[in-house]
Design a protein around this ligand. Structure first.
Ligand code: DSN
Length: 413
């Protein structure tokens, strides 16, 4: 029996979501559209099996093909990132980060990560996450002067506080990160270095952002952002930490691996080795730079003056609107962004003074600089009158027409 007949309620919601994705401009920096084969693999029979353990060391029978699948995923991850060891089992980026902490830290140890209000992630030491509750978490910020990472200041904090682990990587930082400098700082204080490249993983594999693999003891990432794979996590590390990482993931913090997701990760890693993927990453950056420049021309202040990667932050203060108001007005217009704190924000995380805009998903639709100009115009019109619902409905129709020319269904990637 088909889903439509068996559970019409759920079938209808999925169809509605398909329509939303097809007809919206997705500018949420952490989202993307996966290839059809990723959907196929994730929807396969591989979802049926328990495969606790690792290849050749499973706890259940019947894992013959799963060993091959996981080995392929591991080998591809190692090749793609030029890493000594890969663990492909983390269910998410948060699990990957948790496993790294669990592998070499004791509860109560000091960690130093990027403050979430300045672009860091929840799991880099926020008080509301396990990372800030189980460990003594300290944060570094961007500089007030230029809104960039200030490596001298990070060094000062590290020398003073002597963290056992330094965390680099961000969820909302529009500039390149110098992982070599972080390594130097970590070495000066004898700290482990973990680089969370969830956002920039695709740029890293394409050679468009410095790779942390050579510098960091641990590299974590999600597989679904710029990397355009299934929703999941990955840990890369030096050989010396391989055993510790594997046992921290299983049985440390997880039970059975999601083998359908691991197979889909392997497919994504293979896709990421292609020249087409490198060109895609290059276009993501070109689009982000162009869109941020267009918005600047329209009078929006761009945090740090622009972007080097796939995202940028817009400070809405001078426009007299909050990030929350902007998010709502844009969603009504068929444009998806997220409200985001800007450095030294005076508003809270539910209101914010800014929005975060990213170009991975629209670039997957094959949109280029010309479309970024159209998108800028659509955003600007919607934000000029955040309470004008009929205007937003008009814009939504224009968004739909633009999306039709770049239909997801016609994509052959
Ligand atoms: N929630 C993700 C983001 O949007 O950046 C990070 O995990």
């Amino acid at each position: 029996m088909k889903l439509e007949d068996r559970d019409k309620e759920m079938y209808d919601l999925i169809k509605l979501e398909e329509e939303r994705e097809e007809h919206s401009l997705i500018l949420i920096a952490s989202e993307n559209y996966v290839d059809k084969e990723i959907l196929e693999v994730q929807g396969s029979v591989l979802t049926n099996k328990y495969a606790e353990g690792y290849p050749s060391k499973r706890y259940y029978s019947g894992c013959r093909y799963y060993d091959d699948i996981e080995n392929i995923a591991i080998e591809r991850a190692k090749t793609l990132f030029k890493a000594e060891h890969a663990n492909v089992q983390p269910h998410s980026g948060s699990s990957a980060n948790m496993a790294v902490f669990y592998s070499v830290l004791n509860f109560g140890d000091t960690i130093l990560g990027m403050d979430i209000a300045h672009g860091g992630h929840l799991t880099h030491g926020s008080k509301v996450s396990f990372s800030g509750r189980l460990y003594k978490a300290l944060g570094y910020t961007v500089s007030k002067r230029d809104e960039l990472l200030d490596y001298d200041e990070i060094r000062e904090i590290a020398l003073r506080e002597k963290p056992k682990m330094i965390i680099t990587g961000a969820s909302a930082y529009p500039r390149m990160i110098d992982f070599m400098k972080f390594r130097e700082i970590a070495d000066q204080v004898g700290a482990f270095l973990m680089a969370d490249i969830a956002h920039i993983a695709g740029l890293v594999t394409a050679g468009l952002h410095q790779s942390p693999v050579e510098y960091a003891d641990f590299v974590t990432t999600t597989t679904h952002k710029t990397l355009r794979g299934p929703r999941g996590g990955l840990i890369l590390c030096k050989k010396e930490f391989a055993k510790k990482i594997d046992s921290a993931v299983f049985p440390g913090i997880q039970g059975g691996p999601l083998m359908h997701v691991i197979a889909a990760k392997a497919v994504a890693f293979k896709n990421a080795m292609s020249q087409e993927f490198v060109s895609y990453q290059d276009q993501i950056i070109k689009n982000a730079k162009h869109l941020s420049m267009c918005m600047e021309k329209c009078g929006y202040r761009i945090v740090s003056g622009g972007t080097d990667n796939h995202l940028f932050l817009v400070d809405l203060t001078s426009k007299g609107i909050t990030g929350n108001e902007a998010q709502i007005a844009l969603e009504r217009s068929g444009i998806m962004v997220n409200k985001n704190l800007i450095p030294f924000d005076t508003k809270g995380p539910n209101i914010t003074s800014g929005i975060r805009i990213g170009t991975p998903a629209v670039t997957t639709r094959k949109m280029k600089e010309k479309e970024m100009e159209t998108i800028c115009d659509l955003i600007d019109r919607a934000l000029k009158d955040v309470n004008n619902k009929s205007l937003h409905l008009e814009i939504k129709d224009e968004v739909k027409a633009l999306c039709k020319d770049f239909s997801l269904y016609s994509l052959n990637h």
